[in-house]
Design a protein around this ligand. Structure first.
Ligand code: PMP
Length: 356
């Protein structure tokens, strides 16, 4: 089967070697005599997958045993609930940086559990730039939550912001894409289906100090502490999704995050330079320093090209470039699994389209 060049925002393209290993495991998982879909979640095979994957996360993040690494269910939205449930009491306040749709949704979920406040927002500019990070942050806040990469609008905060209260970050769409000082976070989380594998597994990394300060009596499935105490096997975990994340983590380790970052910089530069130059398109994020290396958003100068460029790409085996309905005509996602060669091909197709 001829594979398409896939620029979807998530679930997203995975490296061919990861897909090959994942498919082998469906028929026979190592020497177990079983499919990965049949292994028990409390047996030695899954123990090894669970332990190695969580150790690899710590190693790639440069973290020691002060942090707990958890595999959870429920995607990003469940984290929007669990973060305030665990770390903000009904009387507490927590600060939210509202830089995009998912950041705003995280804020709205938090309003159910206490006094969630917007510290900064770029909503009025339709999130086409990052909001200014607040100069002063009240020490009274239980935590500050932000989204490092805004998947829908194509903006990204690449450095780790200064913050004197616990810092919590949704890294769903840029985890392991650039080097970061992960030790600065009290907590971060990421859905797997972009840079880290398949839908169904969500990674959460929590500093142990935070687990000591949980504010509510929660049912175990909603409590980070309960998941940590049970080594992420509180209920039946998404075994196959965690296994694919393990394959991705091994792949990331073999390449090295600094090499991955270099390639991501090169991919993004190639595409942004073309979009600056190409007379048929217009970038939606004007401030260069705000532009995401993971999701590149743009529109066509002529309305008629919105459909015709997508059709043109479809005929050339390129898929996943339609923009989110909230943002603009096109979005090209350049996650870790996408090789530079695919971006070169897309740029060539853009140039051919311009010359029509
Ligand atoms: N956060 C970010 C940054 C996202 O891009 C998304 C969308 N995949 C979510 C959270 C929501 O994730 P889910 O669909 O798994 O709830």
């Amino acid at each position: 089967m001829k594979r398409k060049l896939n620029f979807n925002a998530g679930p997203a393209a995975l490296p061919a070697e990861v897909l090959a290993q994942a498919s082998e495991a469906i028929l026979a998982y190592e020497k177990s005599g079983l499919s990965i879909l049949e292994i028990p979640h409390r047996g030695k095979e899954y123990d090894a997958i669970n332990d190695e994957s969580r150790e690899l996360v710590k190693e790639l993040c440069g973290l020691n045993d002060d942090h707990e690494v958890l595999w959870l269910h429920g995607g990003g939205r469940l984290q929007f609930c669990m973060v305030p449930m665990n770390f903000m009491s009904q009387q507490d306040s927590a600060g939210y940086i509202v830089s995009g749709h998912w950041a705003e949704e995280a804020f709205e979920y938090a309003t159910h559990y206490g006094n969630a406040q917007i510290l900064a927002t770029s909503r009025e500019e339709n999130f086409s730039r990052l909001p200014q990070w607040p100069v002063e942050i009240s020490k009274e806040l239980a935590y500050v939550h932000y989204t490092s990469n805004n998947t829908i609008y194509g903006t990204q905060l690449k450095n780790v912001p200064n913050c004197k209260v616990p810092l919590i970050c949704d890294m769903s769409s840029d985890i392991f894409s650039i080097e970061r000082d992960y030790s600065k976070y009290s907590m971060f989380y990421a859905v797997a289906q972009k840079n880290l594998g398949a839908a169904g597994a969500t990674l959460a990394v929590v500093h142990k100090d935070m687990l000591q300060q949980v504010k509510r009596d929660l049912p175990p499935m909603l409590s980070y502490r309960a998941h940590a105490e049970k080594n992420s096997v509180l209920s039946t975990p998404p075994v196959y999704a965690v296994y694919i994340s393990l394959l991705m983590l091994r792949w990331i380790k073999a390449k090295g995050i600094s090499a991955i970052e270099k390639e991501n910089v090169a991919k993004a530069k190639l595409l942004y330079d073309e979009l600056e130059r190409n007379s048929k398109f217009r970038l939606t994020v004007k401030r260069k320093q705000d532009r995401s290396m993971m999701n590149v958003c743009f529109t066509s100068r002529a309305k008629k090209d919105e459909r015709s460029f997508i059709d043109y790409c479809t005929k050339r085996n390129i898929t996943g470039i339609a923009g989110h309905r909230l943002a603009g005509a096109f979005r090209v996602s350049l996650y870790n699994g996408i090789p530079l060669a695919n971006v070169k091909k897309l740029v060539q197709v853009m140039q051919e389209f311009e010359a029509l």
